[in-house]
Design a binder for this molecule. Structure first.
Ligand SMILES: Nc1ncnc2c1ncn2[C@@H]1O[C@H](COP(=O)(O)OP(=O)(O)O)[C@@H](O)[C@H]1O
Ligand SMILES: [Mg+2]
Length: 445
């Protein structure tokens, strides 16, 4: 049997800075590079080369952006251009290229990561990994690399000390298994002369440090709770469930998309945030089973005001009525309908009192850190309204928590027992006490 040799010269000249990346031997890689350094182009070509030189019959490769629309607008054209005549089939609706050797390259968005479930890949690139929802890697992407022993590259610019920062720490710790590359604009010489100065003049120092100098320390741009969450860092620890106290929950209910729920206990002035979950597209029965399976002793379940609206799907029953069937009607509460801005203020106010469980609340904490203002491309300024993305649901649920806490009955301090001592020898009778009491009352009239 003759083997047909494919020869295709990719019309790409690697920038010097990226040559070590293309020559890496490790299974895992991290690229922390400034804007416009060329990481997306390099990654697309890297995948294409791996797909074309794949030895087996049907290599499977994926490129994942935080949002599917981003993958389409940024890298889809790169793939088509560089694949050239080696593309046997180009499927625009699935964003999938089948190459002449049978290898497939498919584009995904982390916003719809479930589309990757059940698939297996030989190589994956995660672009702008700092914007990914943290659970996507462990729950969805990592398992797709197991049976084919696939490789993975995490690329992007920093987004504070989040999952991308943690991956960087792992890469630095285990260089045998991880390739690591960092490119700061002041050192890379990749931007045209004068561009750094021009950018510096237009960005805030934090913006410049994050986007061009690869700083994970810079304050997150446009984040609503940037300062408060930085200050909360020392209060993100192991927070145990105290089974002497009730656990309250606070919700954001997505009827078709995500539902998020926080679990917390109130101890004096402290809020112990002990657990969190977010699910997508689940029905009320399954969502309530998650709550019941946690086996906490529940106090109140705080729902947003629209949980009272009747739904057509459930034969005219509102969400609160449906949930009450599982969780008990007496424990359901509707949170007052404050404006988003007032809710955000309420969150800012309570964050200094919050202690978060580091492990169980990981995704919720990251959402609070990244919850940010929408960016107006035309005005080049942040709006006051929040950006809608995966962070919105956990952040909305946390607003419910903050507003609910204000109205929660503060447990009364137990009555102190005061000894009544009347007379020299403490020998007064009840009549003496009443007489004394009446005298006191009269004296006030
Ligand atoms: N190897 C290369 N050859 C030609 N142009 C490149 C190369 N790498 C980067 N560029 C140019 O730099 C721009 C930014 O590249 P991109 O990969 O989108 O950067 P990043 O993802 O790091 O922000 C591209 O639009 C392209 O014009
Ligand atoms: Mg890019």
């Amino acid at each position: 049997m003759s083997v047909k040799k494919i020869e295709h010269i990719i019309n790409y000249k690697a920038r010097d800075a990226f040559k070590p990346f293309h020559a890496r031997t490790q299974r895992w890689a991290v690229l922390v590079c400034h804007r416009r350094a060329g990481k997306t182009i390099s990654a697309c070509v890297d995948i294409l080369r791996a797909a074309l030189s794949f030895k087996g019959k049907n290599g499977q490769f994926a490129y994942v952006s935080p949002y599917r629309s981003q993958a389409k607008s940024i890298s889809w054209e790169y793939f088509k251009y560089y694949a050239g005549t080696t593309a046997k089939d180009t499927n625009e609706s699935e964003l999938m290229i089948t190459l002449v050797n049978g290898s497939k390259i498919r584009l995904f968005g982390a916003d719809n990561a479930d589309a990757m479930r059940g698939l297996g890949f030989d190589g994956v690139y995660l672009d702008e990994y700092g914007d990914f929802k943290p659970s996507v890697w462990g729950n969805v992407i990592r398992p797709t690399l197991s049976d084919r022993q696939g490789w993975c590259v995490f690329g992007g610019t920093p987004k504070g000390k989040n999952g991308f920062w943690e991956i960087k720490q792992t890469a630095l710790r285990i260089p045998k298994e991880w390739f690591y590359m960092e490119l700061k604009a002041s050192q890379s010489n990749l931007l045209p002369a004068g561009e750094i100065e021009a950018v510096k003049a237009q960005l805030t120092p934090d913006q410049y440090m994050q986007e061009y100098e690869c700083s994970f320390e810079a304050a997150l741009l446009g984040a609503f709770y940037g300062t408060e969450m930085n200050e909360a860092q020392s209060r993100i620890i192991d927070v145990a469930y105290d089974n002497n106290l009730p656990v309250h929950t606070a919700w954001d209910l997505g009827y078709r998309d995500d539902t998020a729920c926080w679990f917390y206990q109130v101890i004096g002035n402290e809020l112990h945030i002990i657990d969190f979950f977010a699910v997508s597209g689940e029905n009320i029965t399954n969502i309530c089973s998650i709550v019941l399976n946690k086996r906490y002793r529940y106090g109140k379940h705080y729902l947003p005001h629209d949980a009272r609206a009747k739904t057509l799907a459930a034969a005219g029953k509102s969400i609160i009525e449906q949930m009450a069937e599982h969780l008990g009607i007496n424990s359901m509460e509707i949170v007052p309908d404050l404006s988003i801005q007032d809710g955000i203020q309420a969150v800012r106010k309570i964050l200094p009192n919050c202690w978060f469980d580091r492990v169980k609340c990981e995704e919720g904490i990251e959402a609070l850190r990244q919850y940010s203002r929408d960016y107006d491309q035309d005005k080049k300024a942040y709006r006051q309204t929040p950006k809608h993305n995966w962070c919105s649901h956990p952040a909305d649920a946390f607003r419910m928590l903050a507003v609910a806490w204000r109205q929660e009955p503060v447990p009364k301090a137990p009555n102190r027992e005061v000894a009544l001592i009347v007379g020299d020898q403490n020998t007064a009778t009840l009549e003496d006490v009443w007489a004394d009491h009446n005298k006191y009352k009269r004296s006030r009239i």
